[in-house]
Design a binder for this molecule. Structure first.
Ligand code: MG
Length: 166
């Protein structure tokens, strides 16, 4: 298996339902923040995302935020979202993913890593032996280094048969 290949490719986290997770034997999720749950850099509350997370948690799904954002930004959103997590996780460093799994108290094969980036979320999740779920980025951030990364991601995903329009 290629370490850059996501197991599932979805348009939005809303496509992740309790039934979707049950069918894959998943009992917990490590969640990326920026461009996965919340538009990059935004501090605006998202009722739809809060409701989605609350629904999953009511179904017994364990959630943990694994973000490369600053600790302050991650903390802001952890307080809003109602579940634990960390900022400055250093993805794709496997240490971050091991820590997340410990927090969830679940083995890697029962946990999905959900994120919008191939080279951090998917690579790290695959290295940790998790089920990786790539979602379409909420906004196309215009940072020069991100543009290059997105081009590379599109090339990787095309190879796996995903037509990724970011
Ligand atoms: Mg992201």
């Amino acid at each position: 298996m290629s370490l850059l290949r996501p197991r599932d490719v979805l348009a939005h986290v809303h496509d992740i339902t309790p039934e979707f997770l049950a069918a894959r034997g998943l009992r917990g999720l490590l969640l990326d923040l920026d461009n996965t749950l919340i538009p990059y850099g935004s501090y605006e509350e998202r009722a739809d995302v809060m409701a989605w997370a609350a629904d999953l948690r009511r179904s017994g799904i364990r959630l943990y935020l694994l973000s490369n954002a600053t600790g302050k930004r991650a903390r802001f959103w952890i307080d809003k979202l109602g579940f634990e997590g960390v900022g400055m996780a250093g993805k794709p460093n496997p240490r971050a993913f091991r820590q997340g799994l410990r927090q969830l108290g679940l083995p890697a094969h029962q946990v999905g890593m959900v994120g919008d980036q191939v080279f951090t979320d998917v690579l790290g999740g695959n290295l940790a032996g998790m089920h990786t779920i790539l979602v379409h980025p909420l906004v196309d951030n215009a940072l020069p280094h991100t543009r290059v990364t997105r081009r590379l991601e599109r090339a990787v995903l095309r190879r796996y048969g995903h037509d990724w329009r970011a």
